[in-house]
Design a protein around this ligand. Structure first.
Ligand code: G6P
Length: 609
């Protein structure tokens, strides 16, 4: 979704801004722009479409400056047009914005009554005029920004420059991430560290309500009361290589193949300890987890499906009741809170607005015990949670989540086992067995990855189809859901998932020879049930594509295709069975020629409702 980058230096910052915007492309966007302070002028270039088009325009117009801001926009208020693209300018003040201003209509009316003319349909333009209004009243740029943000309701990350103040840029944060990058004689702002890694790893994360002044030779942060405040400096561990494609065709393909490594890194502390320790979730976690009587999981998209797997594990292994709910639903219903339940939010990005708001709502209902499973250190959701488990998937660039999902499952499995242990429900033998299963997991995932050529062949059967059904049972039902989501996200084939036992209650009506049916059918206690459900499909002419594992006694026959992973991996089987459905979606999308890493209409990190 929208991205911000800004730079002030002694060198030309235009290449820094363009490179930063390219690094933000993965988040999903539909237009891009930069504004620079050039002498006593603001120069701006904006384009719909890709950053490369905007870069071409900036090049041909000879853009060069030592202070500037840039933006990738994902349309919310107002269509995808050049005039709605950021930066927005008001009388020499240029500004970029992530987030949504809820009271923009009232502000717009008020500013129009003062004589301001609007060029766009965005909520953002009011902020530019508001800042100009306060500059007119005698404030300097920082003071004008500090006054303006107090009149805004909603969420924002802002970076602002003025032609009258070429020595600084100012910025503000509320509800959307923003950080400052510290260089030598040059400084940066960005909504995501990947935008500035080319220049520096030293970062300061702004907190809610903060504003800041960024000069070449220093930075000053102010809290929500406009008082100077010190915010800790961090060294980012995001590696530049995680942002490079290497030998792969797409980031999604790269990220699917990185899973053995990502899983190994995520479970490193567990394997090293050889036991499940509450400290995996933070140093004070034992006190919190020991008294827990139930678990409420909140998440969106793929993260919701990892939560759905976790429900099976938590109830079966720890004996605690567990509910899982889509965050955007939970936040708007009258929920009954049990303060002895642990609220677990799952988010790759740590900044999904619905998940963040669901967490705030849970807290407002009296939930004090909160845990975040997240892939981005220092992002908003873990910062708002008492406990945290960081997955160590590394930066995930493809919009369709892959390695984040399987590493979340490791964190959630560890939670189930840890809760079981604290409840006296985990014998030493069982604990050793689980640790052993984790230890073998990267290898089993690698075996599943080795099935890629067979799965690529299967994808030829899906490429011309308009619909597909995915079936699973028990803990593998969420994997069917995840498989259907992956396929629809990147290949645009309509795909639905059902618990296989539910087939006869409706979806069976859809089955004919034009409906491929993917079945996740490992050799577990539900296998015989799943086999009966498959007969129901076959009897109606449906073609079956079965992912299973060793000893499941499936044989290929007309209309029944089988791909087998080498061995059944027990309780972690959902993780291994995720790999084939990811690869099936990837190869089908590849054959259909879609934009695999940036599927239409979707964004990596959804910071709006
Ligand atoms: C977007 C992404 C999905 C992701 C979901 C939740 O919709 O396109 O891939 O699963 O957000 O994101 P989160 O960062 O909270 O896991």
């Amino acid at each position: 979704m929208c991205g911000i980058v800004g730079a002030i230096a002694d060198r030309d910052v235009v290449p820094v801004l363009i490179e930063g915007l390219k690094r933000l492309e993965y988040r999903g966007y539909d237009s891009a722009g930069i504004a620079v302070v050039d002498g006593s002028d603001i120069r701006r270039v904006r384009r719909t479409g890709r950053v490369a088009e905007m870069e071409g325009a900036a090049g041909s117009e000879g853009f060069s400056a030592t202070l500037g801001i840039g933006h990738t926009r994902w349309a919310t208020h107002g269509g995808v047009t050049e005039s709605n693209a950021h930066p927005h300018v008001s009388h020499g003040v240029a500004l970029v914005h992530n987030g949504i201003i809820e009271n923009h209509e009232q502000q717009r009316e008020r500013l129009m009554a003062m004589g301001y003319a609007f060029e766009s349909q965005t909520d953002t333009e009011v902020i530019a005029h508001l800042i100009h209004h306060y500059l007119q009243g005698g404030d300097d740029l920082l003071g004008a920004l500090q006054r303006a943000v107090k009149e805004l309701h909603g969420a924002y990350a802002l970076a602002v420059v003025s032609r009258k103040e070429p020595g600084r840029m100012v910025c503000a944060r509320m509800g959307c991430p923003l950080l400052i990058g510290l260089g030598e004689g040059e400084n940066f702002v960005a909504s995501d560290v990947s935008a500035i890694l080319q220049a520096t790893r030293r970062v300061i994360f702004l907190e809610e309500g903060d504003t800041a002044e960024v000069r070449r030779d220093g930075v000053q942060v102010f809290d929500g009361d406009d008082q100077p405040v010190l915010r800790e400096e961090h060294l980012s561990d995001v590696s530049l290589s995680s942002l490079e494609l290497g030998p792969y065709r797409h980031f999604m393909q790269k990220e699917i193949h990185e899973q053995p490594r990502a899983l190994g890194d995520t479970m490193e502390a567990i394997i090293d300890a050889g036991v499940f320790e509450p400290t995996l979730f933070g140093k004070d976690a034992e006190a919190v987890l020991r008294g827990i009587e139930g678990v409420q999981i909140l998440a969106c998209g793929t993260s919701f499906y990892s939560g759905s797997v976790a429900r099976y594990w938590i109830e079966a292994i720890s004996g605690l009741p567990c509910s899982v709910e889509i965050a955007s639903e939970y936040r708007y219903r009258t929920a009954v809170a049990n303060p002895k339940h642990l609220v677990v939010t799952i988010s790759q990005s740590g900044e999904t607005l619905d998940t963040m708001e669901a967490l705030k709502y849970a807290k407002s209902l009296g939930h004090e015990h909160t845990l975040s499973i997240c892939n981005v250190p220092e992002s908003a959701i873990p910062r708002a949670s008492k406990l945290v488990f960081y997955t160590r998937a590394g930066a995930e660039i493809g919009v369709a989540s892959t390695k984040a999902f399987t590493t979340q499952l490791v964190g959630l499995f560890a939670l189930a086992a840890t809760l079981a242990k604290l409840n006296g429900r985990l014998s030493e033998e069982k604990e050793a067995e689980y640790i052993e299963a984790l230890r073998h997991l990267p290898g089993s995932v690698q075996h599943a990855l080795n099935l890629e050529p067979q799965i690529a062949l299967w994808s030829e059967s899906f490429t011309p189809r308009h619909h597909a059904l995915f079936l699973g049972r028990g803990v593998h039902y969420p994997i069917a859901l995840e498989g259907a989501l992956k396929l629809k996200e990147i290949s645009y084939i309509h795909a639905e998932a059902y618990p296989a036992g539910e087939l006869k209650h409706g979806p069976l009506a859809l089955v004919d020879d034009a409906m491929p049916v993917v079945v996740i059918a490992p050799n577990d206690s539900l296998l015989e049930k799943v086999k009966s459900n498959m007969q129901e499909v076959r009897a109606r002419g449906g073609e079956l594509f079965v992912f299973t594992d060793a000893d499941s006694n499936f044989s290929e026959s007309e209309g029944v295709h089988v791909i087998r992973t080498p061995r059944h991996v027990g309780v972690l089987s959902p993780i291994v069975h995720t790999i084939p459905v990811q690869l099936l979606a990837y190869h089908t999308a590849l054959a259909r020629g879609t934009d695999v890493d940036k599927p239409r209409n979707l964004a990596k990190s959804v910071t709006v409702e």
